[in-house]
Unconditional design. Structure first.
Length: 215
């Protein structure tokens, strides 16, 4: 549009179109103004998650336990580990009736059972005695770890024994503790060979325990 002096003016339609374009551009740009705030919020969230993860890791206690299956060929190490394990089993593990009822007399002859019991002992120590001991860890030990080990021992060797695989005794004493030195020497020196045969004394002790359990 042009007036009598020759000056051009934008038409109403052109102005309205320009206004629509400006509004559309404003709507497109507005979210960008919020972007710094959202980035800050995300950074705070990630920092909180990192702190929670670090706290959970710290409360989880030690992340390693000695492995019976990968123990160096040193009978002294084997004797020490078995001594610690037997002491803990007598004081803690076999206080639970289901654990005492499912541990076979021949448990020392089962490297996988020794492995299970070793890590369970260290999980207990982390839950109750470690620098990061907590009620949550103790709850996990009672609710998941201990019942899981008891269940696997029962499944793998619950009916095994030193003689003809009879039903085992449910006595709470650690079975065949006197054989630990023999097993430690074999495992620490030449575990790739056959395990030592149970002696007559071992079989007699297992028989005595079974007879006592039937009374």
């Amino acid at each position: 549009m042009t007036d009598t002096n020759g000056t051009s003016y934008a038409s109403a339609a052109a102005v309205a179109g320009l206004a629509h374009e400006v509004e559309a551009l404003r709507r497109a740009v507005d979210p960008l103004w919020q972007l710094p705030g959202r980035v800050d919020e995300l950074a705070r969230l990630l920092a909180r998650v990192a702190d929670e993860l670090a706290d959970h890791t710290a409360r989880s206690g030690p992340t390693t336990a000695p492995s019976w299956l990968l123990l160096p060929t040193d009978p002294d190490d084997a004797r020490r580990l078995l001594g610690e394990l037997i002491g803990w089993m007598g004081q803690v593990y076999l206080r639970y009736s289901d654990a005492a009822a499912t541990l076979p007399d021949c448990w020392l002859w089962h490297p996988d059972l020794v492995e299970e019991l070793l890590w369970l002992m260290h999980a207990w120590a982390a839950a109750y005695q470690g620098p990061n001991a907590s009620v949550a860890l103790a709850g996990d030990w009672h609710d998941r770890y201990r019942p899981g080990v008891v269940r696997r021992i029962k499944t793998v060797a619950g009916t095994c024994s030193l003689e003809n695989h009879p039903t085992r005794t449910t006595a709470s004493a650690v079975p065949l503790e006197q054989a630990s030195a023999l097993i430690a020497t074999w495992w620490g020196t030449h575990r790739d060979r056959d395990a030592p045969e149970p002696t007559e004394a071992h079989i007699a002790e297992a028989t005595r325990r079974m007879r006592g359990a039937r009374r």
